[in-house]
Design a binder for this molecule. Sequence first.
Ligand code: SF4
Length: 427
Amino acid sequence: MTVDIQGCDVAPSNVTRPIRRESGQREVFCGLTGIVWLHRKIQDAFFLVVGSRTCAHLIQSAAGVMIFAEPRFATAIMEEKDLAGLTDANTELDRIVTQLLTRRPDIKLLFLVGSCPSEVIKLDLSRAALRLSQSFAPGVRILSYSGSGIETTFTQGEDACLASLVPELPADPRKEASLLVVGSMADVVEDQFVRMFEALGIGPVQFLPPRNSATLPSVGPNTKFLLAQPFLADTARELENRGATRLVAPFPLGVEGTTAWLRSAANAFGIDAVLFDKVTQPARARAERALDNYRKELSGRRIFLFPDSQLEIPLARFLSRELGMQLIEVGTPYLHREHLAEELKLLPPDTPITEGQDVDLQLDRCRLARPDLVVCGLGLANPLEAEGMTTKWAIELVFTPIQGYEQASDLAELFARPLVRRAKLVA
Ligand code: SF4
């Protein structure tokens, strides 16, 4: 099936819906942004960006300056002389890492994070990590990944980071099945899921990323993993290479997504349907009641999602099915058709989906549609607000605890808040 839409290809997806593919100028943050939430998650890790002053500014302004704590990220700024000669750059990097690890014995896991400048001069950080590991093992594990903005989007930083960790995970010696939940979630959300899995009798349960590098989860052929985030293609592939099996499920956003996600684990562990309903029903009922307030505000409202966090498809499913919002366009930087298959099945069949971006064309469509709410990156939000549109920053959805039953109404509120604010402004 091919549909001709000016300026783009429209290709068939694995479900019976056309998906528009666009390429051109994009407006997204780079993978370095992931450090902002990853450094809080793995509490003894340090992220050393090997980049330029621009990279340092991005990280500093995105993460803020930590005044009371020793920071757990920094940028080794490449000067012109480093750019001129790779030997110098490697020597400098070794010197900086040695200085850092001598001064900070609390660091047990060091990520060397590549950037556009380090990639442009082809500084091989994987070799640097190997070289430095030999000097600092066994006290410090040194890994590398790329956070470069060349052809990537900001949540891919987490994917690259977790994928670099997978070969480090110990082999699981257990004969029985274990569950691995993959993708950063707030600690409070993880704790809620741990209680839910316990009540269901599912276990042992481990999480990737772990809260501490000393407690890396183990993995093997009896590991069944559930993705908690839709942007972890490389990590999932690495886990499958270690023999683990991905459990097919939508993502745990909203009541419906959370129930289906938990049910996928319950089915894989042979949990009785009656027990499943008994354990999940109180939280489901509570979450559905809490969503009622927001349904009144959001039902029938028209929403346009620009491609940014890769959360767009699961969010669109939640907004349309649980809150009655009308999807004008759902953009996503990349569409992993296999990981998102369960989500795509749940979207209304006529939802216009766009993979990739040609920002000018997309802005034209958005202006023409005049949606009630636009979800987009910071760079587009201000100009659109100036044109009288109501916007929501996509990046906030990654920083806020939104998964699970208890967070379903918080997630709805993130979309209701800008509309309420706009209504007050025009009143
Ligand atoms: Fe900019 Fe690239 Fe550095 Fe990201 S990695 S801040 S896109 S130069």
